[in-house]
Each structure stands twice: as structure tokens, then as C-alpha cells.
Design a protein around this ligand. Sequence first.
Ligand code: BTN
Length: 266
Amino acid sequence: MSNGLTVDRFHEGLQTKWLGRSIFFVHSVASTNTWASELAKLGAAEGTVAVAEIQTAGRGRLNRRWFSPEGGLWFSIILKPKLDAGKAPLLVFVSGLAVAKTLRDLYKLSVETKWPNDVLVKRRKICGILSEMKTRSKRVEYVVIGIGLNVNFSVKKALPEELWCNVTSIEDELGKKVKLEKLFQTLLESYEAVYESFMLNGFALIITEWKKFASFLGKNVEVVAGAEKVNGLACDVDDNGALILKLKDGTVRRVLVGDVSVGVNP
Ligand code: BTN
């Protein structure tokens, strides 16, 4: 691949047990999440990864478009956790934590997690996570976790102007390009460790660690969920991944789905 990722070199350095052992690389694809779902339907094993240099129809949450120029890390992981379908949304916290730890440990970036599934640096989004699943009788059959990480491009050169204020990339933060191969290996290694901890020990440890990055906690936020807008103080994220908001009138609201904006008056 022109960005330096080659399957052989990538596999040589990868220290995971099962994640990314089966990996599909392509230069261009509509969406790695759509592609990975097709692979999962065809019986691809847990830990299979689909990665592309560019996506022509990258998808974000809530049917938004996800711009995916060359230089980013656009990939999807197939997981087959033995979980009730209701617990599958917790995997976005597992994913966010793995990304946050990787960016902190590799580049010392001051990384933040934002409920439910964003990773930011200095309040600007650097990574988005899209989780999609197939269930059978209320159990998870497979989950596709799509991770879009803005790496080796300048936001102002590669993305449309309306995103410049709210989005950043590793290149913009560090003022230089990084080795995509090393980043991808470290991220998969971190992901495998965090995921295994979740499956073995449960969610409490994961959310405790995730909250250490969550600088929106203790701040006034606005949560938009469909047509509804709620303003309040972001108090906590509970052991089911729900955001706990304290409203102006003192009532406490548990929010399960929505988009958070920070720094809004309650
Ligand atoms: C969001 O923040 O809205 C989620 C964005 C997720 C983008 C990634 S890039 C790899 C994978 N393929 C997609 O089409 N989307 C996800």
C-alpha cells in the first residue's frame, strides 16, 4: 500500500494472539464496515480486520458521512462476543479506551474521551467509532467495530472547511507524519488487551479507566437525541454506559443515546 502498510511487514511486528491475524487490505472501498459485515456473513473468524487506504462512502454515526482521505487509518474489526445484545453497545467504550491509550502511550497526546464514542484531542475529534451488530434471539452473532482515525493528513488540506473547527489529526497535533504501521500494530495490541479484560472481568474496570480520559464529566453539556435536546451537568457514566445528567431543576436523567456538546449553559 502506498502509505507504507504492507501485509507482510505488518504481520511480522504484530504481537496479538488473534486480533488482525486475518487481515484484508484494499486501496479503496466504499466502507470498511459494510465490507466487514459482508465478510462476517460469509463466516469470517472473530478478530478479522478489514482496512482500506481510502473510503469512498465512509459512514459515521446517525447516517452521517465520514470523510476518509488517504493518510488515515480506516478499518473495521469483526468480533463475536458471547454477550446479550443489550451489552453490545459497551464495546464502543472498549474501543474508545483502546484508541485513547494508544494515542497517549505512543505520542503523549492529551487525549479525551467523549460520551459515547468519540476520541478527541484538545476538544477536537481525532477518531470516530461506529459499532454495528447482527443478533439472533437477543444474543450477539457478530459485531463490526469501525474505527476511523485521522492520522497522516492535515485537516485543512484534506477535509471540507465546515469540519476545520471541530476535527484534528495526529499530523496536525504533532506537526509531522507518523509510522502508520507501528500505530496500527500498537492499536490492535491495545484493543485485544482491553477487549479481553472486558470479556473476562466485565465492564466496571473498563469504564473506570475510560472515565479517566473523560474531561466532559463535571461540565455543562447539551445532549441531542433525535428531536430532543437536554441540557445539564454531566455527572457520570454508569456501569451500563448511560450518561447521568443533572438537570437545572435538580432532577437526574439517564441518557442512553445521543450526541454531547460541551460547554453549554444548563
Ligand atoms: C462517527 O464518529 O460518526 C463514527 C465514524 C466511524 C468511521 C469509521 S472509518 C472505518 C469504518 N468504516 C466506516 O464506514 N465507518 C467506520
